[in-house]
Design a protein around this ligand. Sequence first.
Ligand code: IFM
Length: 471
Amino acid sequence: MANDASAVFDTLSPAVSKGSLADPFTPPADSALWRKNFLLGAATASYQIEGAVNEDGRLPSIWDTFSAIPGKVLAGDTGAVACDHYHRWEADIEMLASLGLEGYRLSIAWPRVMDAAGVPNRKGLDFYKRLLNRLKEKGITTFVTLYHWDLPQHLEDRGGWLNRDTAYRFADYADLMSRELAGTVDAWVTLNEPWCSAYLGYGNGHHAPGLANDRFATQAMHHLLLAHGLAVPVLRANDPASQKGIVANIGRGTPNSDSAADQRAAHLFEVQHNAWILDPLLKGSYPQDLFELWPGTEPLVLDGDMETISAPLDFLGINYYFRTNVASDGAHGFRDVPLEGVERTQMGWEVYPDGLRDLLTGFKKTYHNLPPIYITENGMASDDQVTDGHVDDTQRISFLKRHLAAVDQAIKAGVDIRGYFLWSLMDNFEWAFGYERRFGVVHVDYSTQKRTVKHSAELVAKFLKERKARA
Ligand code: IFM
C-alpha cells in the first residue's frame, strides 16, 4: 500500500509543479493564507478511518453497536474496516507529508487505549505513540482530539453521557493519554462537536447511541462540557507545553423573511446550534433562550460546574459547513425552509461561505474573551470518481477557495484565526451516511484501499510549496 499512495502522487506532482494543471485555488497575494505561520492541515477521526475494531484489545464503541442495527446507517455500512488506517498508517502519513500539509488533526479511540477498569491497553497506546512520533519526525503539527464520538460501549451501558460519572471517567482517560503522549502532541482537543454528541446522539437519535429526548440532550451536553472542564487542568498538569482547546461545530441560521417571528426563529436556531455550547464555555452560563425553545429541559447543574466548564482555553476549534434558512414554526421554535436554486453539496448542504465569516465576526463581538481560533474542519462531500487515475473535484476546489477567502475576511475584520484544517484528508465513514458521501481530498477505493490524490489536494499542495518557497 505504501507504494500505491506515493506512486500516485509521484506521477501527479511533476505536472502540478510545472504548472500544467489549471490553478483555480491559489489565494490572492494579499490573503492572510500566505503568512507562513497560518497553519494549513487536514483532519480525520478514529472511527471514520481506522477500522481494526476487534484488534489488539480494542473494546466495542457505541458506533460499533449503533451501526450494527439495521436501518441506522445507509447501506448497512459500519466502521469495521473503514480506510484500514490502523494497518496503513505509515503510507497515509507519507501521503499527508508529500502533500506538504503542515498540520494533522486526528482522534484517539477511547475504547482502544483503556479497559472498563481503567487499565491501559499497551497495544492500543503503542499505535498512537508510533503515529505521533512519525508525525513529529515529519515536522507536522499535531492536534489530537480525545473524543470524536466513539464512546466505549461499557460506559454507554451505564448511561453514557446521561451519567455524570462518564465525565469523571473522561478525565481519567485524559490523564492517561496526556501522561503517555506528552511531548508528541502540539494541541489537545477535549471534545469534537459536543452539539452532535448531545443532540444527534441523545436528542434526535440520528447518531449513536440513538436516543431521542430533548431533556436527555441538555443533560448529555452538560456532562460533555463538564468532562471537557475536568480534563483541561489534567492536560495542563501533565503536558504543560501543549495547547488545550475544544472543537464546536457552528451553524448559520438566516431568517426566511423580515418578519419579527422569522428573525426570532433565526436567533433561536443560532442559540440552539452555537450559544448552547459557546455560552457555557465562554460566559459560564447556559443561554436562557434555549429553554424557551425546549421548555422544561434545564439540566441538573451542581455547584461549581459552570466554573469548571468555563476555565480559560488556549484556543477554540471551529467546524463550519453550511447555513440553514429558517422560519418561525408558529410556536416556540423554528422550522427549516430550504432555499431554491442555491448551490448544494452531495450532503444537500448549502454552500454559503459568508456564514463562516459572519459567525466568526459575530462571536468576536459577543464573546470578549474569545480565544484564538483554528478552523478545525471545513470541506464538502461530492460523488467523486477516479477517471484515468485522476479525480476532478472541481466543486471542492471552488468551495475551499471561497471558504478560505471568508476566513481571510474574518482575519481582516480582526478575528484571531491561526489555522485551517481540511475535512477530510481522505474519504471515510461518514456516520449515518456510511461510505457514500466522500469528503476527502484523497479518494479511497474501499474495495482495494487504493488512495488517489484528488485535484483539490494537488492544488493545495502546489500552494503550500509556493508559500514555502517564498518564506
Ligand atoms: O464527518 C464529520 C466529522 O466527523 C465531524 N464534523 C462533520 C463531518 C462531516 O459531516
